[in-house]
Design a protein. Structure first.
Length: 147
């Protein structure tokens, strides 16, 4: 009996270690203002691809230990059962649209003011990750057309 409970404990701890079985994808679309706009994909092995829609940049890398721990903590607090899938009126065009998907969950949010409480820490984490990682990449310079 002790052996069986030890195996069960080991199985459960390995399941909780890797909360994202499929890629975590957070897409924040452009708006008519000065909002953040990016696509962040975090793979189960902690590598990421970050696309900046404003500056058309692509950043790749691997989450560090602190980033993995904070993301894991946030994902454990999101209740997935009976989760509403669409928040806000999707026909409104002048606010940013946010799409979050991981494991078997896909959520669409029309406007930051309608982000459900359980997803606010995840969106804050992603915004801070975006801001930190895009500020290290040099800005693209534009060449003016000369006549």
């Amino acid at each position: 009996m002790k052996f069986l409970s030890l195996i069960l404990l080991a199985y459960c701890s390995s399941c909780s270690y890797n909360l994202v079985q499929t890629p975590l994808n957070i897409e924040v679309s452009l708006c008519f203002g000065t909002c953040l706009s990016y696509n962040l994909e975090v793979l189960p092995n902690s590598t990421y691809v970050l696309s900046d829609f404003h500056k058309t940049r692509l950043t790749k890398g691997k989450l560090n230990s602190k980033q993995r721990k904070s993301l894991k903590s946030i994902l454990t607090r999101i209740a997935l059962e009976n989760e509403k899938k669409i928040f806000g009126d999707l026909s409104i065009r002048d606010v940013s649209k946010i799409k979050i998907s991981f494991n078997s969950t896909a959520v669409e949010i029309n406007g930051r003011s309608l982000v459900p409480q359980s997803y606010k820490p995840l969106l804050k984490w992603a915004d801070e990750f975006y801001t930190t990682n895009t500020s290290r990449v040099p800005h693209r310079t534009r060449i003016k057309n000369q006549k």
